[in-house]
Design a protein around this ligand. Structure first.
Ligand SMILES: [Zn+2]
Length: 118
């Protein structure tokens, strides 16, 4: 699975990052937050992720089992990524693909993920 490097940011640009990602793993989730957010996600080890700006401007929203940190910009409100742990214990980031430059989400075929019943 070959990844590519993408640039991402929130709406106002305060939070920005680069990430090596494979869009073949894109998924959409039916859980309570994804339903409202409308995000399409892809995941990468956190070591593939570099926050370029906005460390001090991020909120950290957690709910339910609190296994995920939803990172949103406290200025524009956009959640551009989330942090968590893969089942094997690897620190992982989930990227909101709608926040990446040069990615047309409508051209992807994200696989459904049943987060609602997890
Ligand atoms: Zn912002």
């Amino acid at each position: 699975m070959a990844g590519e490097t993408y640039q991402g940011a929130c709406h106002c640009g305060a939070v920005s990052f680069s990430v090596d990602l494979d869009l073949a793993g894109a998924l959409k989730c039916n859980c309570s937050i994804c339903t409202k957010l409308g995000a399409v996600w892809a995941f990468a080890p956190k070591s593939n992720f570099a926050l370029k700006s906005g460390a001090a401007q991020q909120g950290d929203y957690q709910f339910g089992k609190k296994s995920l940190h939803h990172r949103f910009c406290t200025s524009c409100g956009i959640e551009s990524y989330a942090e968590g742990m893969a089942p094997d214990g690897t620190a992982t980031v989930g990227i909101n693909l709608r926040c990446l430059e040069g990615v047309e989400v409508e051209k992807l075929t994200p696989r459904p993920f049943d987060g609602r019943s997890k």
